[in-house]
Design a binder for this molecule. Structure first.
Ligand code: FAD
Length: 250
């Protein structure tokens, strides 16, 4: 990769979306594991799906690998770039575009922090059930790409169970418009499932349609300290039998 690649990259993309040299803060090559890698050649911060598409089309033509970054809270170093790669940071795609309580769906750009979605949906008396300790920093795109579990998984399932549709850009810049908003959908292959949990290797998630639920009006809490795992399983089984799907964990 030569410097003229960077010049061409800057020309091909929206003005101001490419960071190079000292403008690249250490957070783009440093994660929670604490061991930084080599600074990437450039960081690109798209604002729209079309920006993501232009970047990927350009990088494919130039044969330059791209690593996508959400909130960088993943604990397996999956968002760290290899030397000479381009970082695609989703940090400027943070809009909650729609909250439709009559259909039980919210649509957000993939760089939106999980907590922003929770708070926005909460203003309508609804909840987006996915919840994890990294909520203030992790993004919905990262949650989808890692199929995050979180602490309400017993009641609401994994991230996979909370996604109605996805918009994804593949490596050649093609935009897959799969932003479906309904639970009932039996039109052929459920392509979105390929992208959920695949850590960004098959494409960049740009927007997601999320299932939302009425927030519970009240909560009753029991603290169960049990001496063995076998007893944990049996208490869970008993609670499920008597409370059905209303049981949750924190
Ligand atoms: C305090 C704490 C608690 C946590 N609790 C949990 C938990 O309960 N359950 C759990 O599963 N995880 C947990 N995690 C791990 C982490 O928060 C999750 O994996 C989270 O989903 C990652 O989101 P992120 O936006 O930070 O993604 P990143 O770390 O930025 O990226 C993770 C992976 O997704 C890819 N990626 C990111 N955005 C996109 C996109 N838009 N399109 C395509 N690929 C993309 C990256 O390339 C990388 O491979 C926790 C982490 C912390 C620090």
């Amino acid at each position: 990769m030569t410097d003229s690649f960077i010049d061409r990259l800057c020309k091909a993309l929206r003005k101001g979306s490419v960071l190079t040299g000292t403008d690249i803060a250490s957070r783009y090559y440093h994660d929670l594991a604490g061991k930084p890698v080599t600074q990437p050649r450039a960081v690109v911060r798209p604002r729209t799906t079309e920006d993501v598409s232009s970047l990927l089309r350009f990088c494919q033509r130039e044969k330059v690998p791209v690593t996508t970054q959400g909130g960088m809270t993943g604990l397996v170093r999956g968002a760290l770039p290899n030397p000479h790669e381009i970082v695609l940071s989703m940090e400027l795609m943070t809009a909650v575009e729609e909250v439709d309580i009559s259909s039980g769906v919210a649509v957000a750009q993939a760089g939106t922090p999980l907590q922003t979605i929770q708070d926005r949906v909460g203003q309508e008396g609804y909840m987006f059930p996915l919840d994890l300790g990294a909520r203030g920093s992790c993004t919905i795109g990262g949650n989808i790409s890692t199929n995050a579990g979180g602490n309400r998984v017993i009641r609401y399932g994994m991230t996979r169970d909370l996604i109605l549709g996805l918009e994804v850009v593949t490596a050649d810049g093609t935009v897959l418009q799969g932003l479906r908003k309904y639970i009932k959908n039996n039109t052929g292959i459920d392509l979105k499932q390929l992208f959920i949990g695949s850590e960004g290797v098959l494409g960049v998630v740009t927007r997601a349609a999320l299932r939302i639920f009425p927030a519970p009006r009240e909560r009753q809490v029991a603290l169960c300290a049990l001496p063995s795992f076998t007893q944990v399983i049996s208490v869970l089984g008993m609670a499920r039998k008597h409370l059905g799907r209303r049981i949750d964990s924190i």
